[in-house]
Design a protein around this ligand. Structure first.
Ligand SMILES: [Zn+2]
Length: 133
């Protein structure tokens, strides 16, 4: 007896089917198209986002323009005897940072790489963070 009641309850449980296509439309006030305020909002056409103007794209963070530090300031010389300067071009694992990260140009990246390797051999820079004095 109770078994039958349970099954009928389960059968009635599924969500009520909403009739598709014959929703009541008569009692809802029809809003006429075209009377919404549109003048104050700048219209942006879809699929026509401005190319080349990367600063205004989406409001994401602005990437700073990368530049070669040594080209910008010619007074800085790449010297293997200056480990403090070289330290800004290595990672915390003492790996040499790629030029695509630092923005260093190819010529100066070449000098920088040589200088860092020389500084390592002279023990001015560590090869790995595992070294301790
Ligand atoms: Zn350069």
């Amino acid at each position: 007896m109770s078994e039958e009641v349970k099954t009928t309850a389960a059968a009635a449980a599924p969500r009520p089917q909403r009739p598709q296509g014959d929703r009541p439309q008569g009692d809802r006030p029809q809003r006429p198209q075209g009377d919404r305020p549109q003048g104050d909002r700048p219209r942006r056409p879809q699929g026509d986002r401005p190319q080349g103007d990367r600063a205004g794209a989406g409001g994401r963070f602005q990437r700073r323009r990368k530049f070669c530090k040594f080209c910008a300031d010619t007074t800085i010389s790449i010297d293997h005897k200056d480990p403090d300067m070289l330290r800004s071009f290595i990672t915390e694992r003492y790996k040499i940072l790629p030029s695509r990260v630092t923005g260093t140009c190819a010529k100066h990246q070449r000098f920088l790489t040589t200088a860092i390797k020389r500084a390592r051999i002279l023990a001015l820079l560590a090869f790995t963070p595992l070294h301790h004095d």
